[in-house]
Design a protein around this ligand. Structure first.
Ligand code: FES
Length: 105
């Protein structure tokens, strides 16, 4: 399988408990840091397009809460805990030499 991981941003640019939004492969991708573990979701909330990057991270549950109306998403899978029929796309992540790299699918 081809290695299609693209460098998104420096790991140091995303503090633990925060998210950052980047443009990658023509899409807006939200990258999150939970205690040094990185996750990537499409930035666009499937409810009404709110930005997930600046959402609130619930570290114990490993979820992000959309800042517009509070829908909650699993950072590992993109599953929506609020409305299960409306998940967001998740993307594989690797950290290589201090860079967070995302495979945008
Ligand atoms: S736009 Fe995200 S919950 Fe409404």
């Amino acid at each position: 399988m081809a290695d299609n991981f693209l460098p998104a941003l420096a790991a140091a640019a995303v503090p633990s408990g925060k998210g950052e939004t980047v443009e990658l492969g023509g899409r807006r991708i939200a990258v999150f840091n939970v205690d040094g573990q990185f996750y990537a979701l499409d930035d666009t909330c499937p409810h009404r397009g709110g930005p997930l990057g600046p959402g609130w991270i619930e570290g114990e549950k490993c979820t992000v809460v959309c800042p517009l109306h509070g829908w909650e998403f699993d950072l590992k899978t993109g599953a929506c805990l609020t409305v299960p029929s409306r998940p967001v796309r998740s993307h594989p992540v690797r950290v290589v030499e201090g860079m967070v790299c995302v495979s945008v699918q």
